[in-house]
Design a protein around this ligand. Sequence first.
Ligand code: GLU
Length: 446
Amino acid sequence: MSVRVRFAPSPTGRLHVGNIYIALHNWLFARKAGGEFLLRLDDTDRERSTEDFANGIKADLEWLGLAWTLFDRQSARLAIYDAAAQRLRAAGRLYPCYESAEELGLKRKVQLSQGKPPIYDRAALRLTEADRSKLEAEGKRPHWRFKLEARDVTWNDLVRGPQHIDETSQSDPVLVREDGTYLYTLPSVVDDIEFKITHVIRGNDHVTNTATQIQIFEALGAPVPIFAHLPLLVDAAGEGLSKRLGSLSIRQMREEGLEPMAINAYLARIGTGDPAAPARSLDALLPEHDLAKFGKSSPRFDPEELKHLNARLLHHLPFEEARKHLAAIGLGDVDAAVWDAARANVEKVEDIAVWQSVVKGPVTPAIADAAFAAKAAELLPPEPWNAETWSAWTSAVKSATGRKGKDLFMPLRQALTASDHGPELKLLLPLIGRDRALKRLKGETA
Ligand code: GLU
C-alpha cells in the first residue's frame, strides 16, 4: 500500500501553529513511509474563502518546507460531489428535509424539556410524495440529511487506539444546504476516495465526524482509510489556541524572525514526550517520528520554548544556511566571520546586526578609566591578529597594570564594544582590527 495523506485547510484565515502541527505530522508521516502529501483546500464555503487566504496558506507551507505533490480545491470539484450525492439519494441514504432553523430549534427545546437528547426526529422521512410537492409548491427548498445506520461505528485510531461511537446518539447530519451548497462532510469523503487517501491524520475535534464519515465511505462502497486523531494544542493556561490565533499565525512568526525549522522541530516534538531539540532539516525529524507517541492529553504550546529552541538552532547554524535568511531581511552584508563569532549570542537572526555594527563601527566606546584604557592601547600588538591575540594582549595588560579578572576584562569589553556582554572577545577582536580598537581605547567613535 502506498501511503497518501492530505492536509485540508479551509482558506478562511491564515495558518496558525495548530494547523501546522496537523500539516507537519501528515508530512512527516508520508515522508517516513515514502508516501505522498497532498494539499487540498476545503473551500466550499464561498463566502468566507478568499484567494488571498489560499495564497497565504501555500506561502506559509512553502516557507516551512512542507511541500505537496498534488494540489486541489473543493470549489473546482462540485460536479463530482453532485454525482456522489445522487448515488446516496438513489440508495435512500440522503433525504430531503424542509424544517426551518426556527422549527428545528423549537424541536430541540421540546426534547430537552422532556429530558430527551436533542436528536433530529427524522420527521422528514415520514413525508409523502404529496407532502413534499406541496412544500415545494409553497417555495420551500430542501436541505439534505444523511441517514445514519443506528449502530456502533468502530475504528482503530493510530493515536487514540480502538474507538467506538454509538450512532444512535447522533442526528442525521446535513450534507447539502438549502441553496445546494455542500457542508464539509461529504466533499471530504468523496475527495479522500478519489485521491486514494490511505491515512486521515487530523485533530481530535473531528472524532465524531469520523464515525459519520465512515458510514459515508461505506455507503459509497469505498474502502475506509486509517484514521489518526491528534490531540489539539493548548496554551500555557490549558486553553485552546483559538482565542489568540493572530499572534500564533505562521505569518507573524515569520515576520518576528523565527526560523522555519525551529517551528517544525518544536511542533514535531510537543505532545510526544521527546524533548524538543534543534533540527536543521525536516528529514532530521523522521527517525523519531511516530504517531503512537501521542497520548490523549493536549500538548502545550509555549511561545517562550519556541523562542528558546530558535536560539539553540541559530547557535550552531552554519553561515551558509543563515545566509538566505539574512539576505531576506536586508542583512546580506553580514560577514561569515561575524556570524561565526556572534551566532551563539543571537536569539533571532536579525540580532546579528548589532554585532556586525560592533565589528564595522561606528561604536562610541564606554570608558570609565581613561588611563587604564590608554595603557591598554599602547600594548596592542601589531597585526596580523588571530584568535590568540586577545590572550597575548590581555596578559601584557595584566602584567603592566596588575589588574585581573573582571577588573581587567570588563573595561576592555566596554571600550571595544560599548556593551557589558557579548560574543567572546578573542573572536571579535581580530574582526574589529587594530585601527578601530586603538581609536575606541582612546575614547574615539570608530
Ligand atoms: N477542512 C477541515 C478542517 O480544517 C479538514 C478536516 C479533515 O482533515 O478532514 O477542519
